[in-house]
Write a new protein. Structure first.
Length: 191
């Protein structure tokens, strides 16, 4: 009976109403397909923008990490350069403090120099700069410079027997970076 009603409605429609209904259906299809296309385009644009944002964020994180590393390296280099400038003065203070048998008048002066020298060493140590007096240690060419050598039956490996000038190195964790190599005399085993 419902079919009869639809048939009657369709039969009762005029050709103009049929054309209007067909146009309306086409218009709805066009609007729907246009909206779907716009939705797909919007989704593509969102993905593109999201990808671009993620790339920019990653690049910014890399920039921050590089900048932090550059600042850390610049700080280390400035500390090294500053320490290199002080080493000559420290050597002179050490020469004064190693004065053999100072007279009572000079002893107070030498004690004052020793106090200043210890303060310099503590400042350097706080920055990770350490003094190297390798007498009795195996020779390490990375942080030592052999000025003289002698052969001896008393040693089985190259060993430092005398330090002419102490060395300094910057230590950070396991890394040691030489600021000034220790100048030493090395004893070698007999050949």
């Amino acid at each position: 009976m419902a079919e009869d009603t639809n048939q009657t409605v369709e039969e009762n429609q005029s050709p103009a109403e049929e054309v209007s209904q067909t146009i309306s259906e086409e218009a709805i299809e066009n609007v729907t397909s246009g909206a779907e296309k716009e939705l797909q385009d919007a989704k593509k644009e969102i993905e593109t923008l999201k990808d671009s944002w993620l790339r920019e964020r990653a690049e910014f994180q890399n920039y921050k990490r590089r900048t932090a590393n550059d600042l850390l390296n610049a700080r280390k280099e400035s500390i090294k350069k500053f320490a290199e400038g002080l080493l000559g003065a420290l050597d002179n203070l050490e020469r004064v403090s190693n004065t053999p048998n100072p007279t009572p008048e000079v002893k107070a002066f030498v004690d004052g120099v020793n106090m200043v020298q210890k303060e310099f060493y503590s400042v350097l140590e706080r920055e990770g700069i350490k003094r190297l007096d390798p007498t009795g240690q195996p020779f390490d060419p990375m942080i030592m410079e052999a000025i003289a050598s002698e052969e001896s039956a008393d040693y089985t490996e190259e060993t430092v027997v005398e330090t002419y000038q102490p060395g300094y190195f910057h230590e950070e964790g396991e890394n040691k970076q030489s600021i000034r190599p220790a100048r030493v005399k090395v004893a070698k085993p007999l050949s």
